[in-house]
Design a binder for this molecule. Structure first.
Ligand code: SF4
Length: 97
């Protein structure tokens, strides 16, 4: 994730929990996330706030989801043209290639 709350070598879990911003994703529900809120799998799907379609929007859909709930079609997420900007933002291209 882009945020850091310490290193396990020198930060206790209690200290990390007390750092500002540590809990900012805790209360986000799938029903609040763009695209996921309209998806039939939202109540069984796990979530990832680390990589999002829009890195600047904490309510953006998980980047690594290739499902389109509006068409019911699954496709490879990493080749979706709409996700390329976020892939570059997270510097994931080397991992994907
Ligand atoms: S399958 Fe994709 S769109 Fe549906 S809830 Fe999960 S992450 Fe969201």
């Amino acid at each position: 994730m882009t945020e850091s709350y310490g290193n396990i070598k020198d930060t206790t879990l209690k200290e990390a929990l007390e750092k500002p911003g540590f809990k900012k994703y805790w209360n986000i529900k799938k029903d609040e996330i763009t695209k996921c809120k309209d998806c039939e799998f939202r109540h069984i799907c796990t979530d990832c706030r680390a990589y999002r379609d829009d890195p600047d929007d904490i309510y953006s859909a998980p980047l690594k989801c290739g499902y389109d709930p509006y068409t019911g079609v699954w496709e490879e997420w990493s080749t979706n043209p709409l996700k390329q900007k976020a892939i570059d933002h997270y510097e994931m291209r080397e991992i994907l290639d």
